[in-house]
Design a protein around this ligand. Structure first.
Ligand SMILES: *Cc1c(COP(=O)(O)O)cnc(C)c1O
Length: 384
């Protein structure tokens, strides 16, 4: 099924802009909640994937919680109506004001990443006469087989507490009265191409749970983070990620005790496929060896190709002429401002509209104003 775009309306809008297909988002959320509900799994949407207020409010309507990595994200989640007791707060560098914001709203849990952080949470909670719930973010040392910029769970990564330090951290926790340990947390990376690393992750978390049980610590909350990938190559054939197999795997390889709650923090897999970046062709430029399509969108609107060498499917929405080979580039004054090299596109001319697909996650939310550019608008399929 090829996604339909409202071309007449698109012609009247200023490019570039983000276009969100609310139908795709709703179907994704329905599939996700159906599969997660089978096992009573709790889902916290990773706000960093897309913090557009309307996207947040649609997601909130499905009863999800929020996973935040900054004070700004906590505020955005609260503004969108996420209940504070469904907000978890992760991040290797939580500032005092961010921790205080969480305390003032009594968020559910801090996913803590180090002893000095635990000490600061304890101090700030104590001075407010409160007690903060924390989960320890464990570095499970599982390689996610994904791009090295988005792998987070190996020993060299800055995230989490390494297993051999766990004993020391527990000793410290015993001395902190204003924090209460309720669980363990992990997140091994993003856009993980197959499910195998998650199986390894289950095994590791069982080991860690046993390590904690030996010390008399009973873990009620286990949070497996996010990372389920989407099909960037086939957004039309494969718009909804395989949540069924994903949750089945955890159910099989992590048999939870009746007193335990299992949590996940998907970001990309919820919002990735509902969004496209729509851009207009400024010029078709003939080079010596190849032809360039110069778009009015650049890495200021979609940075993933420049940042990670990521692939996005690119379509000329205005042409069905025979295909030719082009490099597709943006207008930003950096050589890295290139979306794709030597790809086939229907013969292209100035004024054609392009869609860069699967841009719903880590697209709008990473937009910048470099080169004094304006932040683009976002439009929704049901409001056009
Ligand atoms: C980025 C992140 C997520 C979401 O990752 P996705 O790959 O978008 O699902 C979840 N949890 C934490 C702690 C993160 O940093």
């Amino acid at each position: 099924m090829k996604q339909k775009f409202p071309m007449d309306t698109f012609q009247s809008l200023t490019t570039p802009f983000y276009y969100y297909d609310v139908n795709v988002l709703n179907h994704t959320l329905q599939a996700l909640t159906k599969e997660a509900d089978k096992y009573n799994y709790h889902i916290h949407y990773a706000v960093k994937a897309n913090a557009n207020p309307r996207i947040l409010s649609i997601i909130r309507e499905y009863g999800l919680g929020a996973d935040c990595v900054s004070g700004g994200e906590i505020q955005a989640a609260l503004n969108a109506g996420f209940p504070a007791d469904k907000i978890v707060f992760a991040g290797v560098g939580k500032a005092d004001w961010e921790i205080n914001l969480g305390l003032d709203h009594a968020i559910f849990c801090y996913n803590a990443e180090s002893v000095p952080e635990l000490e600061v949470i304890n101090e700030l909670a104590k001075s407010k006469g409160k007690r903060a719930q924390v989960a320890l973010r464990i570095n499970p040392e599982v390689d996610a087989n994904t791009h090295h910029h988005i792998t987070t769970g190996t020993k060299e990564d800055k995230f989490g507490i390494n297993r051999e330090q766990l004993g020391k951290v527990l000793d410290k926790l015993n001395t902190l009265e204003a924090v209460r340990l309720i669980g363990i947390h992990c997140h091994i990376g993003s856009q993980i191409p197959d499910l195998k690393p998650f199986q390894k992750l289950c095994k590791r978390m069982i080991e860690i749970q046993e390590q904690l049980a030996e010390r008399g610590v009973k873990i009620e909350h286990i949070n497996f983070g996010g990372g389920l990938g989407i099909d960037y190559e086939h957004p039309d054939q494969n718009p909804i990620p395989d949540f069924k197999s994903y949750f089945e795997l955890f159910h099989t390889f992590f048999p939870a005790e009746p007193y335990q709650q299992i949590r996940f923090e998907p970001g990309r897999s919820i919002v990735g496929q509902c969004g496209s970046l729509i851009s207009k062709v400024l010029y078709v430029k003939e080079g010596t060896f190849k032809n360039f399509v110069v778009l009015d969108a650049g890495f200021t609107e979609l940075i993933r190709p420049a940042l990670y060498g990521a692939y996005h499917q690119i379509e000329n929405l205005s042409s069905d002429a025979p295909e030719e080979i082009y490099d597709v580039v943006g207008p930003i004054c950096e050589s890295s401002d290139c979306f794709a090299k030597a790809i086939r596109l229907n013969k292209t001319k100035r004024g054609d509209l392009f869609a860069l697909r699967s841009a719903g996650a880590y697209g709008e939310v990473m937009a910048s104003q470099y080169n004094c550019r304006k932040l683009p608008n976002a439009y929704f399929s049901d409001l056009l």
